[in-house]
Design a binder for this molecule. Sequence first.
Ligand SMILES: Nc1ncnc2c1ncn2[C@@H]1O[C@H](COP(=O)(O)OP(=O)(O)O)[C@@H](O)[C@H]1O
Ligand SMILES: C=C(OP(=O)(O)O)C(=O)O
Length: 348
Amino acid sequence: MIILGTEYAGEMKKGIFTVMHYLQPKQYNVLSLHSSANEGPAGDVTLFFGLSGTGKTTLSADPKRKLIGDDEHCWSDTGVFNIEGGCYAKCIDLSAEKEPEIFNAIRFGSVLENVVLDEQSRVVDYSDDFLTENTRCAYPIDYIPNAKIPCLGGHPKNLILLTCDAFGVLPPVSKLTPDQVMFHFLMGYTTKIPGTEDGIVEPQATFSACFGSPFLVLHPQKYATMLAEKMSQHQTNAWLINTGWVGGSAKNAKRCPLKYTRAILDSIHNGELANAEYETFEVFNLSIPTSVPGVPNELLHPRRAWQGTDAEFTTALHSVGKMFNDNLELYKDGASAETIAAAPVVPV
Ligand SMILES: Nc1ncnc2c1ncn2[C@@H]1O[C@H](COP(=O)(O)OP(=O)(O)O)[C@@H](O)[C@H]1O
Ligand SMILES: C=C(OP(=O)(O)O)C(=O)O
């Protein structure tokens, strides 16, 4: 592998990750995962899949849980392991209040990249995006106080698919059936927001198979099938979490506050959400909990949270549903009938 002309250290780790997407499944029958991972006090492991900017790093750094890793893992016959020795966090608008673990990990021995600092005082201004929105810090994993060393854990109890939906149509949390996991894993939907990729100035829907299409070497169905087998063998629960917009689109609403996403995760981890009451969300046929401690009820259901008219919500919902179905056309040949049946049903 040769990397030319880069001004971004992320190319190196993602390059090695691509090699792993070949070596691990082919040589060792081990599944490579574009996910973060952490472990609760009872030893329960959670995987967070998601494309760039959906919250893998932010949400896996949780003071109540041990960090196994923030981005690149493998799932073998004995459990999960991290393939990196550190984290690569986004620094734009970083604050000690909102993300204390990451903020405090930035100290002597960390490498800050593309941030702007005051030449005299050498104090960093994390809000400055003069060079890029995609400012970063690489730090050894043990700079996070509750890192799990060595970075491995048992078979995951919970699997979380993260998406950042800038259209405001997906619920902040829904419980997935095994077929829905396969469907959403193959689709890998999110919205690119200004950040990791050059040239993205406004939100743009994107689909990236297995939440990491640039790193895949084999057919996406190979990874999806391995995931389905492992989840069924270890009875892993699965959830779809929208860390993006709710109540409206990115044009007129606010991103789901981090504190609410964290409260949702707490309910997943303490087992409350698995036993909650659910209602069915139209078109995507998703199961939404009717309440989650610490989260306003109206926020949980995208139609009820919507600040505009009902008709506007319907149009937005149908338009995102149609984008999913258009993307599904690419995978129809290799996907099972059950996976296809988990696609949104958009009224004509
Ligand atoms: N509800 C939310 N959940 C997760 N992240 C959020 C949320 N709202 C805003 N953010 C911000 O979004 C960014 C997520 O980036 P990051 O955790 O690095 O994603 P990834 O590791 O998946 O690339 C962070 O800057 C975080 O502060
Ligand atoms: C380093 C990257 O991953 P993430 O943004 O998820 O940290 C990247 O996609 O360039």
